[in-house]
Design a protein around this ligand. Structure first.
Ligand SMILES: Nc1ncnc2c1ncn2[C@@H]1O[C@H](COP(=O)(O)OP(=O)(O)O)[C@@H](O)[C@H]1O
Ligand SMILES: O=P(O)(O)OC[C@H]1O[C@](O)(COP(=O)(O)O)[C@@H](O)[C@@H]1O
Ligand SMILES: [Mg+2]
Length: 546
């Protein structure tokens, strides 16, 4: 049995984490409850909701071990509900799974956030490995699950819904599964629908979400009241960064009320802007579908003298879709993303480059991510309503703006007559069903989520970290956004494939390098350095940058 000592080396800048030093076995770790239970069934807990806030953020479960090992663990129902009984996992009697050797995940298994290491590197940050456990905290007929989808559309939403329903039913014999309609506000303002393997059988072939979705409308007390009133004890929340923040406060309120309810987030973001996980579902599908728009732009541009095709792709704050679609296509002459500032006029500017490329090739294709160049069009934005119902910045159409600027330039200078075609495929891309690889990925996400909830874990987002599925505490996926690192090799690859100007001065490069070095921290010293490196190493761009 390993000795467990509370470690006091928490950062002075951050709330104090619960840190435990563990030498031999994670299973021996006992964490201090993040909040004291009120009662198992809720009791009069609703009246005392004033302390709702960021308790799990204030008390993250940190476990430390030998040679710089650090586990950022996720909450468990037993942290705040005492004496919960456990049951054998029904999977052990499931004929489909009985052939699997070592089917159950070892309790101590964790997944390293950083896999490129040196001889002397500390072992660094780890997350709890996802997967089925030998003992579960819910009996099959006790489970009353619900599923909700929030935020914008993304290919794969229906597949995740389907696989949660089928997984709960086929693996754990669960029969009570509710669909909450219309996003968060559906908990208190809409009807629910009962879901079964039969009713969701072919929904993965359809785009959108059969549950419908919404922005805004997150009223924590009303949502948790609804969960409590309906007797729901597993909540599966599918959505992006905003949704995961919402899920986090729902979890905190549930914990404050002392309810035996697991809250699980399944990350959805077509923009791929969720931190820590390797990549989000629907991203591959989006990049693939974007090829059709880029091809169309290329055909149009190539079929007319001085043709220019401009394609706007999704990416409010992160340019991953634009970057990957450009790299995949090879027909793109210039890719503009939010992370890399550009300018239009003068030497080294975009307009000069457009002119040069037209002279050389007679046509060109520009891909622009929707969040690119927003500083340049900020003046126009100021006069508009600038937030959506969820508080996301509303952007002006950079594609239209850019197209107009290019047209104005060539009209003004009279240097050449151009033919510009602008394509915005956003909603066509978002609305398609997920492709084969995303379908498989969605299945794994759903299964990992179910296994985690059944094992009593709660307050976590599920997702692959270096290819292995893990349970990640909510705050880790909401505190930063995943962005293209323009000082990484992947962006350099793009620049070299398009041969576009980088639009960067030496100062921009220095600033970008500095920015990459300052993500939020929990710990000091070596652990802090390791975390910093880990954050940067886990974006698609870095992990694939070879
Ligand atoms: N900070 C927050 N706290 C609680 N709920 C939030 C927060 N940010 C967003 N939400 C809720 O999450 C839902 C989805 O958010 P949104 O930003 O529209 O999409 P996404 O989750 O895809 O980023 C909305 O219902 C919104 O009200
Ligand atoms: O028109 P809507 O639904 O507000 O969505 C537009 C936004 O949705 C996105 O597709 C991503 O949305 P989420 O934040 O919901 O994942 C962005 O690319 C785009 O800015
Ligand atoms: Mg979002």
């Amino acid at each position: 049995m390993g000795s467990i000592t509370e470690n006091s080396s928490s950062s002075s800048l951050q709330p104090k984490p619960h840190i435990f030093d563990i030498r031999s076995s994670l299973s021996s770790v006992k964490t201090t409850p993040a909040s004291s239970p009120s009662s198992r069934n809720g009791g009069d807990s609703r009246r005392r909701s004033s302390t709702m806030g960021s308790e799990s953020k204030l008390n993250p479960k940190i476990v430390t071990g030998d040679t710089g090992y650090l586990l950022e663990d996720v909450p468990h129902l037993t942290d705040y509900v005492p004496n919960l009984p456990t049951y054998p996992n029904p999977l052990q009697d499931n004929p489909a799974y009985s052939v699997v050797k070592q089917y159950f995940v070892n309790h101590d298994d964790t997944v390293a956030q950083k896999i490129v290491v040196h001889k002397s590197s500390p072992r660094g940050t780890h997350f709890r490995r996802a997967g089925p456990r030998q003992r579960v905290y819910f009996e099959s007929d006790e489970v009353h699950a619900c599923i909700v989808t929030c935020g914008g559309l993304c290919p794969g939403l229906n597949t995740v819904i389907r696989e949660i329903v089928c997984g709960l039913s086929h693996m754990y014999g669960v029969t009570k599964i509710l669909g909450i309609e219309g996003g968060y506000r559906g908990f208190y303002a809409r009807n629910t629908i009962s879901l079964s393997p039969k009713s969701v059988n072919d929904i993965h072939k359809r785009g959108g979400t059969i549950l419908s979705t919404s922005r805004g409308g997150h009223d924590t007390s009303k949502i948790v009241d609804s969960i409590q009133d309906r007797g729901i004890n597993q909540v599966y929340i599918i959505g992006g960064d905003g949704t995961q923040k919402g899920a986090s406060v729902i979890f905190e309120e549930i914990q404050r009320r002392g309810l035996k309810v697991s809250v699980v987030g399944i990350p959805k973001t077509i923009d791929n802007d969720i931190a820590v996980i390797d990549k989000s579902f629907g991203f591959d599908t989006a990049v693939e579908e974007a090829q059709r728009a880029i091809n169309a732009a290329h055909v149009e541009a190539g079929s007319i003298e001085n043709g220019i095709g401009v394609v706007k792709l999704m990416g409010r704050y992160s340019g991953f879709i634009a970057m990957y679609a450009t790299l995949a296509s090879r027909d793109v002459d210039c890719c503009l993303i939010p992370e890399s500032p550009f300018y239009l006029e003068g030497k080294g500017g975009l307009l000069e480059f457009v002119q040069k490329r037209l002279k050389e090739n007679g046509h060109m294709v520009i891909v622009v991510a929707e969040g690119a160049g927003q500083d340049l069009i900020a003046e126009s934005i100021r006069s508009m309503k600038n937030e959506d119902a969820s508080g996301n910045k509303l952007l002006l159409d950079v594609g239209l703006w850019l197209s107009q600027k290019i047209k104005d330039h060539f009209t003004r200078t009279g240097k050449m007559a151009i033919n510009l075609k602008y394509i915005d495929p956003t909603y066509m891309i978002r609305a398609i069903p997920s492709n084969a690889s995303d379908n498989v990925y969605c299945t794994l996400l759903a299964h990992s989520a179910i296994h985690g909830a059944m094992a009593g874990y709660t307050g976590f987002t599920v997702g692959p970290v270096n290819g292995r599925h893990a349970y990640i505490p909510f705050h880790r996926v909401t505190e930063t956004q995943n962005k293209v690192v323009i000082t990484d090799r992947m962006w350099a690859r793009l620049l070299s494939s398009t041969n576009q100007p980088s639009f960067l001065s030496q100062k921009d490069v220095d600033d970008a390098k500095k920015e990459d070095e300052s993500p939020t921290q929990l710990l000091e010293g070596d652990d802090k350095k390791q975390r910093e490196e880990s954050v940067n190493d886990n974006s698609i761009s870095s992990s694939n940058s070879g």
